[in-house]
Structures are given as structure tokens and as C-alpha cells.
Design a protein around this ligand. Structure first.
Ligand code: B12
Length: 325
């Protein structure tokens, strides 16, 4: 059972529903409920109707638990610690891990060197990318990953970072090597999440990919991470998938939705037919969610096949939450 030591400056008023707790911590709602049931990690207030409400302090506790588990500790070992103990473990773990700089991101835990805002992480990442300093960029990305919630990481660091580096590359200020370094690191950072998501087998499923001819993959990966963070069972197919394969995966997995990312090109004459083909082979009630910088160029075919065109990951999260209900 969690010790209930309270601190003065963090509100203890139960006011946030579980979806807000999930968004603020980057944990899935399923994971939060499982930690409560199995380990009593955080015990929220219950309304008369049985809804869970979390205080700011509960959310801080969940965030600390997320960081200690991300650093390799088992939830069962730490769930009973109070806030002070958790903070001490986090800072000792992260200090030790900050010394590990030459291991690949996927094989080590997160690194944090003090609390940063999304803007400060973004600036640090841009500087490291400009200098082609791979190990510093890895550290900065890992630090952002552990200190920020998943939506903030995706929308306020990774997305503008890719935009900025892509833009400097287009204007000739950076070389293709900068972009390759960045996209390789971002890719490896995003990949484990959708593949090892913590969603339960009966969570609603979503197939995520890019259609044939669309080879930019990072938008699809971001969608996969965002859906997974919201408790969806993600079936991630990778980029450049033929229509028949996509439709087959939806039917096999019983997915309720499909997420397609369209980044480049925005004038592929074969893509409209490819999109129609996906729709024709999908069960009627499967929702098609389409986004990415090139998606607006295919508006008319998207309307025709009753796909939802979404402009941001926030719109994705809203749509997923409506579909779930
Ligand atoms: C990384 C990258 C690459 C990598 C891709 C690696 C990989 N595995 O994906 C590599 C180096 C291979 C590459 C190659 C090329 N690239 Co490139 N690339 C980029 C870069 C930097 C990032 C792309 C990216 O993933 N962006 C992040 C995405 C996710 O951002 P976004 O589209 O705005 O999406 C956001 C939302 O819309 C939403 N979203 C995305 N998808 C979806 C889906 C759903 C369902 C929802 C709800 C939301 C959603 O999430 C995002 C986050 O907010 C961009 C620059 C940029 N500004 O984007 C150029 C960019 C896309 N590339 C470009 C070009 C020109 C190319 C090349 C033609 C270069 C060349 N001459 O070889 C080739 C084309 C390859 C091909 N065959 O198509 C241009 C495209 C210009 C245009 N006319 O649109 C860009 C814009 C660079 C530029 N500024 O000129 N590229």
C-alpha cells in the first residue's frame, strides 16, 4: 500500500479524471488502473458513481513511478515508497545513468539532468543536431523522453525538431547527414513503444502505416506512440504498405480503426486509387483516420471514401477517445 506522505506545495484536491492523469504522465489509463489494482501505487478518490479522480500529488507520484520504472526498477519494488523516497531514487538513478553515454538509446534507461521545459529540450536538441553530435542528441532526446509526457514530447519537441532541421536542410544550411542522423535517432526512440505497448489484448485495435509510395515513416510512428499511450492496441505495419496488406491486417487483428500518414509526395497520381482500394476491402465500421503534411492534397478522395482527415496528434487523441466511447 502506498504511503500517503503529503507535501505542502502540491494540491491534494482530487480533480483530474483518469484520462487527464494519463495525458499528464504519459502512462496509459490501463497501466494506471493496473498499478492501482495490483500494487496500490496510487489510490484515487472515487466519486459516488465510481469514477476515479486524481490530485496533483497523485499525478506527481505517477510521474515519479514512471521514471523509476523506466530506469529499470520493478513497479512492485517501488510502489509502496513515499514521494521523498521516490524522488531520491529518481535522482540517484538518473545521475548514474547520465554517465552512460555510449550505449544505444534502446538498450539503456532514460537520462535526466534537471527539469526542463519542452522549449529548452527543443533548443538543446537542435544545437546537438546542428553539430552532428550523435551522443549528445541521444542524451537530449532521452532526457526529453523521460521528463515530458508523451503528447508534449511528440508535439512540442519531436515534431518541431524535425520541422526545423528539415527546413534548414531545404534552405541549404544543413546537410542531408544532419537529417539522416536525426531521423535515425527519432525512429529508434519511437519504435519500441508501439511494438511493446502495454495495452491489454481486449483494448480496441488500430492498424497504423503509410500507404504505397509514402516512405516517410516518422509521422506514422508518432501516431503509433500517441495511440499506444492512450491505451490502444497498436498494430504497426511500417511504411509503404500495399492496400491489400493493410486491409488484411485490419481484418485479421479485428482493429476498429486505421491510421494513415501521408507526408510526401502530395501529388502521387496512384495514391487516390490505393486509398479507395483500402476502403473497399475494409469492414464498413472501421474508421479511417488520415493525417500528415501531404494529407490535405488528397482531400477529395478522402471525402469520397469517408475518411477523417486530422491535422494534429491532439485531433487524433480526440477522435480515438470518441471512437472508444
Ligand atoms: C525525416 C525526413 C526524411 C527522411 C525520412 C526517414 C523516415 N524513415 O521517415 C529521409 C531522409 C529518408 C527523407 C527523404 C526525402 N525527403 Co524528407 N523529410 C524528412 C523530414 C525532416 C521529417 C519528415 C517527418 O517525418 N516529419 C514529421 C511529420 C511527422 O510531420 P507532419 O507531416 O507535419 O506531421 C505532423 C502531423 O501532421 C501529424 N501526423 C502525421 N501523420 C499523421 C497521421 C495521422 C492519422 C494523424 C492524425 C496525424 C498525423 O503528426 C505530426 C506531428 O505533429 C521532413 C521535414 C518536415 N518538416 O517534415 C522532410 C521532408 C518531408 N522531405 C522532403 C523531401 C523533398 C524528401 C526527398 C524527396 C529528398 C530527396 N531529394 O531525396 C526524399 C523523398 C523520399 C521519398 N522517396 O519519398 C520535403 C517534402 C517537400 C514537399 N514538397 O512536401 C520535406 C518537407 C523537407 C523540406 N522542408 O523540403 N526525408
Amino acid at each position: 500500500m502506498a504511503s500517503q506522505q503529503r507535501t505542502e506545495n502540491v494540491s491534494q484536491e482530487p480533480q483530474h479524471p483518469i484520462q487527464v492523469a494519463a495525458r499528464r504522465t504519459g502512462l496509459t489509463a490501463d497501466a494506471i488502473r493496473a498499478w492501482e489494482k495490483r500494487y496500490g501505487a496510487v489510490e484515487p478518490f472515487r466519486t459516488p458513481g465510481g469514477r476515479r479522480l486524481y490530485s496533483d500529488e497523485d499525478i506527481e507520484r505517477l510521474l515519479l513511478l514512471r521514471r523509476v520504472t523506466a530506469a529499470g526498477r520493478r513497479i512492485g519494488e517501488v510502489a509502496g515508497h513515499d514521494l521523498e523516497q521516490l524522488r531520491a531514487i529518481v535522482s540517484a538513478d538518473e545521475e548514474a545513468m547520465a554517465r552512460v553515454s555510449d550505449m544505444p538509446l534502446s538498450s539503456r534507461g532514460p537520462i535526466a539532468r534537471g527539469r526542463g521545459t519542452a522549449a529548452s529540450h527543443l533548443t538543446a536538441c537542435i544545437e546537438a543536431a546542428k553539430q552532428l553530435d550523435a551522443s549528445r542528441l541521444e542524451r537530449e532526446l532521452a532526457s526529453a523522453q523521460v521528463q515530458l509526457t508523451t503528447p508534449v514530447l511528440l508535439e512540442q519537441v519531436l515534431s518541431p525538431l524535425l520541422e526545423e532541421i528539415g527546413d534548414r536542410w531545404r534552405r541549404g544550411f544543413l546537410k542531408i547527414a544532419h537529417e539522416h542522423l536525426l531521423s535515425a535517432l527519432v525512429r529508434s526512440m519511437l519504435t519500441p513503444d508501439p511494438l511493446t505497448g502495454t495495452a491489454s489484448p481486449d483494448a480496441p485495435g488500430i492498424v497504423i502505416t503509410t500507404p504505397a509510395g509514402q516512405v516517410h515513416e516518422l509521422g506514422a510512428l508518432m501516431v503509433a506512440v500517441a495511440a499506444s499511450a492512450d491505451g490502444w492496441r497498436v498494430i504497426y505495419l511500417g511504411p509503404n504498405m500495399p492496400a491489400d496488406e493493410i486491409a488484411h491486417s485490419v481484418r485479421e487483428s479485428g482493429a476498429r480503426a486505421i491510421g494513415l500518414s501521408l507526408i510526401y509526395p502530395s501529388d502521387d497520381p496512384r495514391l487516390p486509387e490505393e486509398l479507395r482500394r483500402i476502403r473497399r476491402h475494409l469492414p464498413e465500421d472501421v474508421a479511417m483516420l488520415v493525417g500528415g503534411r501531404a494529407s490535405h492534397a488528397y482531400n477529395s478522395v478522402l471525402d469520397e471514401i469517408r475518411a477523417y482527415r486530422l491535422d494534429s496528434l491532439q485531433e487524433l487523441r480526440d477522435s480515438l477517445s470518441r471512437l472508444r466511447d
